[in-house]
Design a protein around this ligand. Structure first.
Ligand SMILES: Nc1nc2c(ncn2[C@@H]2O[C@H](COP(=O)(O)OP(=O)(O)OP(=O)(O)O)[C@@H](O)[C@H]2O)c(=O)[nH]1
Ligand SMILES: [Mg+2]
Length: 345
């Protein structure tokens, strides 16, 4: 994964234009030290091979991107300045470069009269028209069943309870909460507490078959919300049944819940890891924390998936927003960055 990527400092420019730090995730390296599975004594080589293959593919993809960046011709000064401001807002270098190249500012930027304001408006316009925002709850035909999936601690349960309050309770829809998180007792307990505060039924099941039965039992409900455990990279096997079942249930809207404060390269990896669940939407939490909007915008651009909700704090249900271009762009902080840099142009 990329740990850091930024334009090289002046004193290191002789080495290259960009400084990129790569790292190997501990999950990929750990089985190699064990060598054998402790329980079975079987060599753990297939896992290592799979991890190494994934790592090689990841490195090849990343080096292509870095090469593209390093080989690019310098742009006219206003476009270069906008590129560096996008980096300052938290966009990864590859996405920032893609934005400058695609949003149509390059030709105009070669004319001396182009203003910083005009450049930013063009970038904003391009972003707004190339991203999709869709919670599934805008129309009267709200989804009947919604599931949240994602890595541990990304804010799934909090998001689900906010949806239950806003689109269940306040919208006067009969709502039921389901959880398939039986290993972590605290997780089910968290949902039970939320259910009792909201006055909404909560049921904890152990298997996808249990979910199937519960959905049948509650078919008369207007909204059924399904919470799932946070699966880390090492738990791919544990999540297989659930992933297969959710992928096959086209009537359930699956939202991949991501912590927007996480490094963009890690978020991209997570999206690939959760592709097996066939999520149809991305929801971003911790947007209230710094740098979240750029990560969310750039990830949605990369994986071309609609953004549904934004978690903007810990209060329930106030800190839930429908995702929109305005909501994310207003949190980029780029106006401040641009006005700070205006003197240089
Ligand atoms: N600041 C902030 N905190 C949030 C937000 N969403 C969730 N949190 C906090 O993040 C922590 C984890 O949230 P959970 O909803 O329990 O996360 P989870 O994905 O269900 O966690 P697991 O079930 O353990 O995988 C809690 O303390 C939440 O209050 C958000 O939008 N902003
Ligand atoms: Mg949870």
């Amino acid at each position: 994964m990329i740990l850091d990527a930024r334009p090289a400092k002046p004193e290191a420019r002789y080495l290259g234009k960009y400084e990129v730090v790569f790292g190997m995730a501990p999950s990929a390296a750990e089985p190699a030290t064990r060598g054998q599975d402790a329980a079975t004594g079987v060599e753990a080589r297939p896992v290592i091979d799979a991890d190494a293959r994934a790592l090689r593919q990841e490195l090849a993809r990343l080096s292509q991107r870095v090469e593209r960046l390093a080989l690019r011709k310098p742009w006219p000064p206003p476009a270069e300045a906008a590129f560096h401001q996008l980096l300052d807002c938290g966009f990864p270098p590859a996405t920032a470069a893609e934005l400058i190249e695609q949003c149509g500012v390059l030709e105009a930027a070669s004319q001396a009269a182009v203003s910083a304001e005009w450049l930013w408006q063009s970038i904003e316009l391009w972003l707004a028209s190339n991203l999709t925002f869709d919670s599934g709850f805008r129309s009267d035909q709200a989804p009947r069943a919604v599931a949240v999936v994602g890595p541990p601690g990304s804010g799934k349960t909090a998001l689900l309870t906010k949806i239950a309050a806003r689109y269940g309770l306040l919208a006067r829809r009969r709502t039921h909460l389901l959880s398939i998180d039986v290993q972590r007792l605290a997780a089910a307990e968290q949902l039970r507490v939320a259910g009792s505060v909201l006055g909404v039924g909560v049921e904890v099941v152990e298997t996808p078959a249990g979910l199937e039965h519960a959905l049948l039992d509650h078919r008369a409900k207007g909204l059924v919300l399904i919470d799932t455990p946070g699966f880390s990279g090492r738990e791919a096997e544990d999540s297989e049944d659930l992933a297969g079942w959710l992928a096959s249930r086209l009537d359930i809207e699956v939202h991949l819940v991501l912590d927007a404060a996480v490094r963009p390269a890690l978020l991209e990896q997570t999206v690939r890891r959760f592709a097996r669940f066939r999520p149809s939407r991305l929801a971003f939490t911790r947007i209230d924390e710094t740098g979240g909007a750029a990560a969310a915008l750039s990830l949605a651009l990369q994986c071309r998936m609609p953004i549904s909700f934004l978690g903007t704090g810990q209060r329930m249900p106030e800190d839930l927003e429908l995702a929109s271009a305005e909501a994310l762009l207003s949190r980029l902080g780029h106006r401040d960055v641009a006005s700070a840099a205006a003197g240089q142009w």
